[in-house]
Design a protein around this ligand. Structure first.
Ligand SMILES: Cc1ncc(COP(=O)(O)O)c(C=O)c1O
Length: 355
């Protein structure tokens, strides 16, 4: 085979990163295990319990229910499914800010529920008044995001939680990306801060677990029970996950990544990434770019097509938000030296354009 995996030294917009070496080793050892059948594969099942318990520590929940999913998409879909199946309305809907990840469109499509997207405020956060106004008797689930994909914004989680509770709807928080930054900030975002029912937090993003390792957590076991179907031919008698056979590599990698890094190495990563984001934002502002001030370590900024193309031609893996800003996600592999080299590329592009 002559294909080469992507090098990360110029990857700026992705939410994937190099796995932690201990996590990569653990993943390789459990490549053939199937956590989808825990009775036949008990060791990887024990690792999954450990991973879920540690995700509970990260998200302020003792003894959480949950599992290591294929990614944030599956975790979000399961949250919608759990709400749909328990809804009183015969026509259940989901209310969410427009900043939610596109996985909610897939979930709504697959599950046959309407997704009502509500405009965000001027700073890209959920607008609580607009959300409250959009909720009605059919609303089965309200969603908020703790670390949006495009701008790294944290919605007002306790306030949105109260609105959902008053309306009798379930409440889900998508912290797929932000979940390993937020414990080291002043934000209120997790089970301990608000009455949320379910939460997405992905070890395969900032957690440095190998792909596939998403995280689906629920406040109570009843949520998982409601998702479970009987599995007659397996040693295990029921299954709450969306996929059947699952990656033992993903589960073991997540368990090892969490064992190795929670909390100290995650805190160090957060401090480094936050400082890098501030540095990049300041450097861009000094050069006259319009920068969306970073809240979590993600910098969005205006960039002309010519400069964007020059950056891509220089090998930078860079993408734009739906509204056109270039975005740099300060993932664990993104170093200060990388950001300075990226700024050099932009400087050369501007000199080239003006000269
Ligand atoms: C906030 C958020 N939720 C969900 C997802 C989907 O996760 P995955 O690609 O692992 O399915 C992403 C992906 O970037 C995300 O940023």
């Amino acid at each position: 085979m002559d294909a080469t995996p992507q090098e990360f030294d110029r990857v700026l917009s992705s939410m994937c990163t190099r796995p932690h070496p201990a996590a990569a080793r653990a993943a390789e050892r459990f490549l053939a295990d199937n956590p989808g059948d825990p009775a036949t594969y008990p060791d990887v099942a024990t690792l999954e319990e450990r991973a879920v318990a540690t995700l509970g520590d990260v998200t302020g929940l003792d003894d959480p229910a949950g599992y290591v999913a294929s990614g944030g998409t599956e975790a979000n879909l399961q949250a919608v499914r759990a709400a749909r199946d328990r809804a009183a309305s015969g026509d259940p809907t989901v209310v969410a800010p427009t900043s939610v990840h596109f996985s909610f469109q897939k979930a709504a499509d697959v599950l046959g529920v309407d997704l009502h997207l509500v405009p965000v405020d001027d700073d890209h956060r959920a607008d609580t008044d607009a959300l409250a106004a959009a909720i009605d008797d059919d609303t089965a689930l309200v969603v908020a995001v703790a670390g949006t994909t495009e701008f790294g914004r944290v919605d007002p989680i306790p306030e949105v939680g109260s609105i959902a509770r008053e309306a009798g709807a379930r409440f889900h928080v998508d912290a797929a990306w932000g979940g390993f930054h937020l414990p080291f900030t002043d934000h209120a975002w997790h089970f301990g801060h608000a009455s949320l029912d379910t939460l997405t937090i992905d070890p395969h993003k900032v957690g440095r677990a190998p792909i596939p390792a998403g995280g689906f957590l629920a406040r109570d076991e009843a949520t998982l029970d409601a998702l479970a179907v009987e599995t007659p031919y397996l040693e295990t008698t029921s299954q709450a996950t969306l996929t059947g056979t699952r990656s033992g590599a993903g589960v073991a990698g997540a368990a090892a990544a969490l064992d190795e890094q929670w909390p100290d190495a995650y805190e160090e990563n957060h401090e480094r990434a936050a400082a890098n984001a501030v540095h990049l934002a300041e450097q861009l502002t000094d050069r006259g770019y319009d920068v969306v001030a970073p809240e979590l370590p993600l910098v969005a900024f205006s960039l002309s097509d010519a400069e964007f193309d020059a950056a891509r031609d220089a090998g930078w893996r860079l993408s734009r938000t739906g509204s056109g800003e270039a975005r740099v996600v300060c993932m664990p592999h993104v170093t200060r030296a990388m950001l300075d080299a990226f700024l050099d590329t932009l400087d050369a592009a501007r000199v080239g354009a003006s000269g």
